[in-house]
Structures are given as structure tokens and as C-alpha cells.
Write a protein that binds this ligand. Structure first.
Ligand SMILES: [Zn+2]
Length: 361
């Protein structure tokens, strides 16, 4: 990343990265020497490998300049069935970076309890399990009938696990490798999945997700192809991860659409991301959290779904009882966002690891 020619892919990516990282760095006082940890959500793919290299160089102390904050980088890689990588090269190339490999099933180790969730009458009902031998995320996902919903919920399990690790490591930020292409596809995917409310948190450059813990997306202005050129020029290894072929899902359709659009009309993709970046945060001062995905949520998703559902009307009496229970504070329904309510529709006895401390703002 020391290439001086401003026209190279490396110089281009460095410029864009530095521009976006400014908002995050400005959160910390400049008059105090401190060490702060940042978690890098690492998949070994093109975006997160470029992100790692850019972060190592971009956050390193500059020669001869006083830097108030020393950045400690932690690479977090989640292993899953059929998805494991040899990451020895990271420590050889960046000796000061800490690498944490963690199994996705360890989400159950971070959970305070396991709930059995069942969908009925436009709400997710739960009962707490005292003991559970259920320790597999892949089995959990199989309890969700729709493939699109499985991909959607899987993403939030990974996100919740990274949040739990970041909290444990006392990080002040999680860096995501979301490219411009990926963010555009996320706008479409999340909207189609009923997750429009939380979009500002999903695509923002620097968003405070928990108290003093930011989600940072410094690759927002870089397209996937530019990152690929960056990796080639820097001789960095990467793996190509892609959803297995099968029936089209919302996620696959959205990524294919924007990958194609990026080649033909790159400015359109940029316009989608810029427009989404202007979405205002809801004016409410109190933020409600979804008990499943942990994202900020509307405070009336179940009632709203009950009101708009026409294809399988819930018995009126049952819906009213649900509203009554919510109003009187009886918590035998899980407070979920609209997106999770839709994703988990028709699920029965889905065993869910509850991590309460990551949902407290
Ligand atoms: Zn949710």
C-alpha cells in the first residue's frame, strides 16, 4: 500500500478508504493517548481481505506524527460446516493483528438462555428452556421453511456473534467490508425482506449500534472490481465465497442484479447507495430492539402485520388478546421487528439462543 502513483487501484482504494474512515476516527478525543480495539468482520473474500490490508496501513501511526489513538486490530473469522480457512498468512504478513477463529455454534455459549419460538397469530411466542442439548446453528436454520428467510436469519446470527465478540474484546468498532455493490444489493434485499426500518443502520458509514460501539463501512465508495485489482496488485490471497447454486433467493437475485448493473451502469449503483445513505434515522428518542436480529425496530410490528394480513386472517379474538398482552406487559410474545416476523412465519419450535447484553443500548 505504499504505491505512490495516484492512478493505480491501490492509490484509488487508499484514498476512498481514508475519506470514509474520518467519520469514525473523529469520534475519539484527539488530546488523549489511548489504545482502542477494532474488530474486522473477516470472511476471507475479496472485500474483507482488502479491508484488512487497508485498515492495517490506514490506522497505523504515521511516522513523525503524534497519533492520539493506537489502534489494535482483531480479525474475527466465523467457521461453519464446510467453511474454514487457513489464516496463518495474516500473522505472517501483519504480526500485530490478533486473529480469532470462532465456530458459529459458539453463539450458544454467548447466550444467556435458549428459547423455543413458535409463530402464530401474527406474533412469535416463546417459552424458555432450562436445558437444551441443541447446539447447532445449521439445525436451527433447517427449522425455517423458506430459503430466503434462512439466509436472512443466518446473516443476523453471524452479526450477533460478532457483536458478542466485539463486546467481549471491548472493541469500539466493527469494520465491515461492504462494497458499494454489496450495499446497493443490501438496500434491495432488506427492503424486500421487510427490513426497511433498520436500513439507516444497515448501510450507514459510521453508525453507533451499541453504546460506544460503531458499525463502520469504510469500503462504501469502492466497487468489487476495484477491490479485486487492489488484491492482485498487493499480491493478497482471497477466497471466492458465493451462495451455493439452487433456487433463486432474494439475496442471490439482488446481488446478481447489482453485480450486472455495476458493469453496465456504475453510476446507478452509486446513486442507490448515496440515496440510501441519506435516509434519516427515526426521530424517536427511545430505540426498540428486535429480540431476534437485535436491530432497531418499529414498536408495533405485530399489530401492523395483524392489521394488513388478509390472506390468512388470524381469529379476531386471538389478535386482540395479543395486543392486550403487549399492552399489559405480559411477555409471552417475543418482541420482534417486522422483518424477523415475516422471516419466521410458520416456524415451530425454533430453538433460539438469546444474548441479552448485546441488545441493550
Ligand atoms: Zn428482527
Amino acid at each position: 500500500m505504499t504505491n505512490q502513483d495516484p492512478s493505480t487501484p491501490v492509490a484509488h482504494c487508499v484514498r476512498k478508504f481514508k475519506k470514509q474512515i474520518g467519520a469514525f476516527k473523529s469520534q475519539f478525543p484527539r488530546n488523549k493517548q489511548a489504545e482502542r480495539s477494532v474488530l474486522i468482520a473477516f470472511s476471507g473474500g475479496i472485500s474483507s481481505t482488502a479491508l484488512l490490508d487497508l485498515a492495517v496501513s490506514g490506522l497505523a501511526p504515521r511516522e513523525g506524527q503524534h497519533e492520539p489513538v493506537i489502534w489494535k486490530l482483531i480479525v474475527a473469522f466465523i467457521t461453519e460446516d464446510g467453511n474454514d480457512l487457513d489464516l496463518c498468512w495474516i500473522n505472517e504478513r501483519y504480526p500485530n493483528v490478533l486473529v480469532r477463529k470462532i465456530s458459529i455454534d459458539s453463539i450458544f455459549d454467548y447466550s444467556s438462555s435458549t428459547y423455543s419460538l413458535t409463530y402464530s397469530n401474527n406474533a412469535i411466542h416463546y417459552c424458555s428452556l432450562l436445558r437444551s442439548s441443541f447446539r447447532s446453528v445449521s439445525s436451527l436454520l433447517l427449522s425455517i421453511p423458506s430459503e430466503s428467510a434462512r439466509i436472512d436469519i443466518h446473516r443476523y446470527i453471524r452479526q450477533n456473534l460478532l457483536l458478542a465478540i466485539a463486546k467481549q474484546e471491548e472493541c469500539c468498532g466493527i469494520f465491515w467490508g461492504d462494497s458499494r455493490t454489496r450495499l446497493a444489493s443490501k438496500v434491495l434485499e432488506n427492503t424486500a425482506n421487510g427490513r426497511g426500518y433498520s436500513l439507516p443502520w444497515e448501510v450507514g458509514i459510521c453508525v453507533e449500534m451499541q453504546k460506544a460501539l460503531y458499525f463502520v463501512r469504510p469500503m462504501r465508495d469502492i466497487v468489487l472490481e476495484e477491490m479485486r485489482e487492489y488484491l492482485t496488485e498487493c499480491n493478497l490471497p482471497f477466497s471466492v465465497n458465493r451462495e451455493p447454486c439452487g433456487r433463486p433467493t432474494i439475496s442471490r437475485l439482488a446481488s446478481d442484479y447489482f453485480a450486472k448493473l455495476e458493469g453496465e451502469y456504475p453510476s446507478l449503483v452509486g446513486a442507490v447507495v448515496r440515496t440510501a445513505g441519506k435516509l434519516a434515522f427515526p426521530p424517536e428518542t427511545k430505540i426498540y430492539r428486535c429480540g431476534i436480529c437485535g436491530m432497531p425496530k418499529e414498536d408495533d410490528a405485530g399489530e401492523w402485520l395483524a392489521a394488513i394480513t388478509v390472506n390468512e386472517p388470524a381469529p379476531e379474538e386471538a389478535s386482540l388478546k395479543y395486543v392486550e398482552r403487549v399492552n399489559t406487559g405480559h411477555e409471552d410474545t417475543f418482541t420482534t421487528c417486522y422483518g424477523c416476523l415475516v422471516a419466521l412465519r410458520d416456524c415451530k419450535d425454533l430453538l433460539w439462543p438469546v444474548i441479552e447484553n448485546i441488545w441493550v443500548y
